[in-house]
Structure formats: C-alpha cells, structure tokens
Design a protein around this ligand. Structure first.
Ligand code: G3H
Ligand code: 13P
Ligand code: ZN
Length: 301
C-alpha cells in the first residue's frame, strides 16, 4: 500500500473509528472514490467499543465491500496492547514510544517489530513529539521535539519499523495553531531525502474544516479558535514522502456538526437513526472530499 502511494505521490488516509456509522461512512467514501484506506483504532476506541466489536465491524465492511482494508492500532503505548491487537487480528500496529528517551523508544519498538513481523503484521513507530500550540513558534523547542533526520535514519535501521511518524509541527485535536499555521517542510524534506523510498506518517493532520466548526457553533456548540492543517499543506506533504495521513478530528466534527444541526432543526426527533443517518452521510461526503482533493488517493485501487 505504501509502496504504491510513495511511487504515485499520494497519501493513504488513516481514519480513526469508534462505531458502526463512522466505519460505514468512511468505507462508503472509499468505495465511491475507489481509494485505498486504513481504518485505525486507538486505545480509547478499544475501551469504548471493545476490541471484538470493532474487529467484527471491520470484518463486515471488508466482506460487504471487498475493499482491501488495513486495520491498524493507533498510538499503542506498550508491547502488551500491540500484542493484543496482533493476536486479535489487526494487520498493522503502531508502537508509540515517542515520549520515551531515544534508546528506550528503540528498544520497545524493536521488541514489537520482532513479534509483529513473525506474524506478518507491519509496524509504525514514532520519533519526535507532536507540537503543542505553544511549541510551534519557538525555534529551540522545535529542535528539541521535532524529528531529527539523522536520528530517524538510525531509528529505522535499528528497529526495522515499516513506517515512521514524524513531528514537523502538527498536533492532535481541534486547536493546532494559535496564529498562522506553520509546518517545518524543510525538515520534512530532509527526513525524506535521508530515508529515500521510506514511508513517513503525518499525525494530527485534520484540517479542522471551517464549515463544520461554524455549523457546530451556529447550533449551540462552542469551538472558539479551532484551527487545523490547511489542505494545501497536506497536499504538499503527500508529495514529500508522507504516505499515511491520520484523520480523526475532522470525522468528529463532521458527525457532531450534522447531529447538532439535525436536532436543532428537528426538535421532535428522538430516534437515533434520524440523526445518525445524515451524520453518516456527512462523514462519507467529507472523507470522499479528502480522498479526491487532499490525499490524491482516488482511483488508485
Ligand atoms: O491520536 C489520537 C486520536 O485522535 C484518537 O483519539 O485517544 O481520543 O480515541 P482518542
Ligand atoms: P487529528 O486530531 O488531527 O485528526 O489527528 C488524528 C491522529 O493523528 C490520530 O493518530
Ligand atoms: Zn496520532
């Protein structure tokens, strides 16, 4: 999947899933766009929905659509959760040792890679820390937390990880930048050049689509100052060896904006299907737009 993406200069969307409607919306978009996709599950999602429910929903999606869907653990924090997901049928796991010192990160990543590779599962790791809102403006913080290209080469060589999440200024959630959005593309380019042909991953890559934020706020929400990574920056990242782009916040916003609007406009509705159906459609439309116009992954199957 990544080899094709790298060579075709596009990125595969990795979408976080927590329930049936989210899975169905994303998968319908992939079918419509003939796009590859990754469905990913966080520790929080596993806790919320239970591993087996998510696993079976994804199996149902594969059986229903025939799409080659990769099921991935997002931000596994230790060997045990990675092992549980590998044993439990995931095709890919992330071991996120980024908060640990370099050598510890290498050690824990190597252990997961060994276990995963023996079982045909691929591993994403992370080096560098995603920015906090404050960090983005401070150059010395950048050097301390963003991914160092020389270290990245050593990390990949010593761990054998199959893809690497890097820090260049993105962050998780709906409040990514205080001022003007800024990513360190020079550092991304250096990482790409030091690891030619190697798939890099961009976390915290939601656009925080302004129309969803406006809709949330219009219908009773309070999301002041929400800001994400502009679409043109994501397109640029896709051309620089970023093969996997992680999206969760935009799914949450699409769903919440739709549900808020529906309930305000239809105060008598109380059947969850009445508001979950448009919410699922909103997810489908948003994901199809990403695949077509941001990831450049449509018609790649
Ligand atoms: O990287 C974080 C993802 O958005 C998952 O979030 O841990 O709240 O499920 P979560
Ligand atoms: P967003 O919060 O920008 O959607 O990032 C999601 C992510 O990186 C999941 O690992
Ligand atoms: Zn992430």
């Amino acid at each position: 999947m990544f080899k094709k993406a790298y060579e075709g200069h596009y990125a595969v969307g990795a979408f976080n899933v927590n329930n049936m409607e989210i899975i169905q919306g994303i998968v319908a978009a992939a079918q419509q766009e003939k796009s590859p996709l990754i469905l990913q599950v966080s520790a929080g999602a596993r806790k919320y929905a239970n591993h087996i429910y998510l696993m079976k929903l994804v199996e149902a999606a594969i059986e229903d659509t025939g799409l080659p869907i990769c099921l991935h653990l997002d931000h596994g924090e230790d060997f045990d959760i990675c092992k549980a997901c590998i044993d439990g049928g995931f095709t890919s796991v992330m071991i996120d040792g980024s908060k640990h010192p370099f050598e510890e990160n290498i050690e824990m990543t190597r252990r997961v890679v060994e276990y995963a590779h023996e079982r045909g599962v691929v591993v994403e790791a992370e080096l560098g820390r995603l920015a906090g809102v404050e960090d983005a403006v401070k150059v010395n913080t950048k050097d301390a937390t963003y991914t160092d290209p020389d270290q990245a080469v050593e990390f990949v060589e010593r761990t054998g990880c199959d893809s690497l999440a890097i820090a260049i200024g993105t962050s998780h959630g709906a409040y990514k930048f205080k001022g003007k959005p800024e990513l360190d593309f020079a550092r991304l380019e250096k990482n790409t050049n030091m690891l030619p042909g190697y798939p890099l991953v961009l976390h915290g890559a939601s656009t925080v689509i302004p129309s969803f934020v406006e809709e949330c706020n219009k219908y009773g929400g309070k999301l002041d100052g929400a800001q994400g990574v502009p679409e043109d920056m994501l397109l640029q990242a896709g051309k620089f060896g970023v093969c996997k782009i992680n999206i969760d916040t935009d799914l949450r916003l699409a769903m919440t904006a739709s549900i808020r609007k529906h309930l305000v406009e239809n105060p008598g509705d109380f059947d969850p299907r009445q508001y979950l159906k448009p919410a699922r459609q909103a997810i489908q439309d948003m994901v199809a737009h990403k695949m077509r116009d941001v990831l450049n992954s449509s018609n790649r199957l």
